[in-house]
Design a protein around this ligand. Structure first.
Ligand SMILES: [Zn+2]
Length: 139
């Protein structure tokens, strides 16, 4: 595993900033975004479920995040996936639309991602980008 010292800090900041900008743009589109959100998908999902049930949470149409295990995977060179979904349970089209919006926002910032268009498949951030992004996020 590479340590922070092996990374060019400007590169880390630049890659991380691109993802942060994409996440900020998504929030303006009604998609709630979080970085390094909870330990795992189970805990993150539970936390989101609670939040979306509150008055503040009702304004969001969808969400996108990565959790701490994802961050560790990215740091160690494994695939880096984003979770996303709709706040409208069971709405297939709304779920896919959130995924498409997340992909579009990341690509608009020059972040290379791959995704098959299914709401059941997480969005994969390009490995090289992912490692830099993960280095920019404190665990
Ligand atoms: Zn957990």
């Amino acid at each position: 595993m590479r340590t922070r010292a092996h990374y060019n800090q400007e590169e880390v900041d630049d890659r991380h900033l691109r993802v942060k900008k994409a996440f900020a743009a998504l929030r303006k589109q009604g998609i709630y975004t979080r970085q390094n959100f909870w330990c795992c998908q189970t805990c993150a999902g539970a936390a989101l479920g609670q939040y979306f049930g509150t008055p503040k949470g009702l304004k969001w149409r969808g969400y996108a995040y990565w959790h701490q295990q994802d961050n560790v995977h990215a740091r160690t060179g494994e695939a880096f996936y984003l979770a996303f979904g709709t706040t409208k349970d069971g709405d297939e089209e709304a779920g896919s639309k959130v995924g498409a919006d997340v992909v579009a926002a990341l690509r608009a910032e020059g972040v290379s991602v791959s995704w098959d268009g299914s709401k059941h498949t997480r969005i994969c951030i390009d490995e090289a980008v992912a490692r830099y992004v993960a280095q920019g996020v404190a665990i």
